[in-house]
Design a protein around this ligand. Structure first.
Ligand code: ZN
Ligand code: ZN
Length: 394
């Protein structure tokens, strides 16, 4: 199936750079675009330039004082003490010149993606520059300054009044987005992530289910460290399908962090490319089944920018654009170019060889634990389904 889709891109995405040695590196977006070019999968007509988000847009989620602090930080006028209050100038989110403009462009890209689907004639849109799910109302956190995911969801609510399913497959909990919509029954959030027991941000427990009217609309699947493709996908696909059926969204917004891969230096999950091929295939199915195709996909984490992120993210576009994943060899021209810059050799194939990591001795135990987490996470929506079946029968 071919669906008209929009690819949001600007070389200026790389202006979002905390420091040369900082793990968050937007070069991965450029690498992904060039990989797609090398596969002849990107048409010039499908590429949209991101607009710049204005203060009104940012204020959909963030406090004005915080926005002013980010502007000041970018102009070298925020003191370390003031920065501390807003999470700016920390090891994770250091201050850098023009950080406001760089962060606002990523948000603008996500809003451009939203309008491309809801006003333009696109079924799907992809902004790999976005996905900054840890940004809070008045605090930067975990490499995220402005939370484009949450701003876009507020924007959709306000401008189009649709019900949104937000799906976050980054290895870290989507805490910022969850916090903004925790009491909102029109926005359902699902985050699958490595358990917060040993990993930032520490939240995303299975018992976090929402608040007040929003109770039953936040779902968390904290999987065990060393979870592999099979178990990750078993838990994730069951949850996504059941939650989509329960919530019946008008549109889905997915955050596609690629840091659950076994090569990722910041996390402890053991996914391979199999997971990153399946995640967008599932999202695509759900979008067509429930939302007439309306699907906004964003980037996110992903810290092996050489071996993992470009392959993982290119598959999202391939699925949007052709309905299928890319197979076979990585184009030689791309591999040669980037291998000159990379500190390691680059994978020769789109798909990963099953033997890329050592066997996990606790596999059975991990799988069993993850199934328990799934059961606990879906308890509420399964009870709800049983309850509404009884109601219908009456
Ligand atoms: Zn489609
Ligand atoms: Zn992450």
């Amino acid at each position: 199936m071919t669906c008209k889709s929009a690819f949001i891109y600007s070389d200026k995405f790389t202006n979002y750079q905390f420091a040369n040695d900082h793990p968050f590196n937007q070069l991965r977006v450029k690498m992904t675009k060039e990989l797609l070019d090398a596969e002849y999968l990107l048409n010039e007509a499908d590429i949209l330039t991101p607009k710049m988000a204005n203060d009104e847009d940012l204020a959909l989620v963030h406090d004005r004082q915080y926005i002013d602090a980010v502007k000041k930080a970018g102009n070298g006028k925020l003191t370390p003490e003031d920065g501390w209050e807003y999470g700016l100038g920390t090891e994770d989110t250091p201050m850098f010149p023009n950080m406001h403009e760089a962060a606002a462009l990523l948000v603008g890209g996500t809003l451009t993606a939203v309008d491309a689907v809801l006003e333009g004639n696109n079924k799907h849109a992809l902004n790999l520059g976005g996905g900054l799910h840890h940004g809070f109302k008045r605090k930067a956190s975990g490499f995220c300054i402005y939370n484009d995911c949450a701003i876009a969801i507020k924007y959709i609510r306000q401008k189009y009044n649709l019900r949104i399913l937000y799906v976050d497959t980054d290895a870290h909990h989507g805490d910022g987005v969850q916090s903004v919509f925790y009491d909102d029954p029109d926005v359902c959030t699902l985050s699958i992530h490595e358990t917060g027991r040993y990993l930032f941000p520490g939240t995303g427990n299975v018992n976090e289910r929402g608040l007040k009217k929003g109770y039953g609309y936040s779902f968390n699947l904290p999987v065990d460290a060393f979870t592999e493709d099979e178990s990750f996908l078993e838990v994730y696909s069951s949850a996504l399908r059941e939650i989509a059926e329960y919530f019946r969204p008008d549109i889905i917004v997915t955050q596609n962090g690629a840091d659950a891969h076994c090569y990722d230096p910041l996390t402890h999950l053991c996914s391979t490319m199999k997971t990153f091929e399946t995640i967008p295939l599932l999202a695509h199915d759900v979008a067509h089944e429930y939302c007439e195709g309306r699907w906004i996909a964003l980037g996110g984490g992903g810290y092996d920018i050489w071996r993992v992120v470009p392959r993982a993210w290119a598959q999202i576009w391939s699925i949007m654009h052709t309905g299928e994943i890319i197979k076979g060899d990585i184009p030689a021209v791309w591999k040669l170019k980037w291998e000159r810059e990379a500190p390691c050799s680059l994978p020769p194939k789109w798909h990963d060889h099953p033997g890329i990591y050592k066997e996990i001795p606790r596999k059975a135990e991990i799988t069993e634990k993850n199934v328990k987490v799934l059961t606990q996470a879906l308890q509420y929506c399964r009870n709800y389904k049983t309850f509404s079946n009884i109601e219908t029968k009456k």
